[in-house]
Design a protein around this ligand. Sequence first.
Ligand SMILES: N[C@@H](CCC(=O)N[C@@H](CS)C(=O)NCC(=O)O)C(=O)O
Length: 219
Amino acid sequence: MTASVHIVGPQFSTFVRSVQLCCEEKSIPYTLGAEAGGRPLAIHSPEHYALHPFGKVPILLHGERRLIETPSICRYLDAAFDGPALQPAEAWARAQTDQWTGVLAGYVDQALVRRYLLEFVFPKGEGGAIREDAVAEARPGVDRVLALLERQLDEGEHLVGDDFTIADAIAAPMLDYLAGLPAAEELFAETPRLVTYIERLRGRPAARRVLVAPDLGRD
Ligand SMILES: N[C@@H](CCC(=O)N[C@@H](CS)C(=O)NCC(=O)O)C(=O)O
């Protein structure tokens, strides 16, 4: 099996960044980009659907192996490669990590990214305007999720206890984007632990390479 992996997807994607963070945290050699097998891969092309039946990214390529779904990819990288463990060994803490990984990649992604953030990043209003009604409609869901994360951070420095896990790798890119919005100060006004947590995540050497640099120039 080859020592390096390829992450298929654009670097701006939150889920691609989560997989990239796992590689960086574990020092796994990787390449990243919207290509596969040395050829550009157009989103939603037949070639894309051949690699991912739902036409999403990321897709992990490791030698002959192909894997989809960010939580599964992160768990695989953690299990198959050396480097610092990104999941607790103890059964209950591991189950909590799995739980949060699923919650983040599902409900939290929907509320923060799909329903809210994407309204700012890819505005769908007339003339490319932000749809203020869609933003207002999505906002209660954002507030609920941020309050939930704030409560969870009462228990430790990261989402599951004190150590960085794949749950944090999934949370980091979406929270980083959210914290970059003009409305961030108001969004996070009631969640001081979350603000500190985002700064903690952003300060990790791996995160500095993934969240800040839009293009690492990797090929
Ligand atoms: N359940 C998937 C979700 C992946 C996903 O939604 N990726 C987004 C990019 S962050 C995507 O592929 N968007 C393109 C599309 O929906 O067509 C996972 O965990 O990897």
